[in-house]
Design a protein. Sequence first.
Length: 236
Amino acid sequence: VREGEVTLVTGYSGHGKSAWLNYVMLHLLQQQKSMIASFEMLAKTTLARMCQQTGEAMPNDDYIADFINKLEKRLYMYDPQGETSAKKVLEVVYYCAEKLGVKLMVIDSLMKCGIPSEDYAKQKEFVNSLCVAARDLGIHIFLVAHSRKTASEDDGSSKFDVSGSSDITNLVDNVLSVHRNKEREEAVREDDTSNPILDSAKCSVHLVKQRHGKGVEAKWKFDFHPETFSYSEWLS
């Protein structure tokens, strides 16, 4: 997670983009001040999920209070009243970086930033502004964007499946695609114990673009624990 870069986190609807990214942020904010702007989930709901992601499915009041206290001046939430806009989001990014010293930011998601889905020019302008902000402020921004529906969700989405302008993936520095193994989940529901799909990971994250660093693409396999919305390394 390099300073001065923007990482796009994409995937099909219902494949856990936000859950996975929140879990990542839960660990990263131990190292850096962070801000989450989640327009698809209430701030208190995001905090509740992150509390569960510490490993406690049903935390009591004392556990919750301790969790919140540990986040003091470490995690900031942008909780807009009513609809937001690209201009407001950018203002929050600059305020958090310049006034609060925040180094890691999440914008979830692009389609909730007040830009019409068919206005590709405005999408390009906004994403370019985020890239400029990341570079000039020395921060890292995670931008969540949905993938278009395709004929099959079994193989995971690519950078070419991101909904909206093609300039979105061209402008950002990195693209991560989060994919839940729905085919495996179906086999589990049907108790199909002989299905070889059960040997595959429950979730995978593909690095499908990396402009800097080693420039390589990669894939990580995860086990997913739905009771706590948490992830661990896939060892099978």
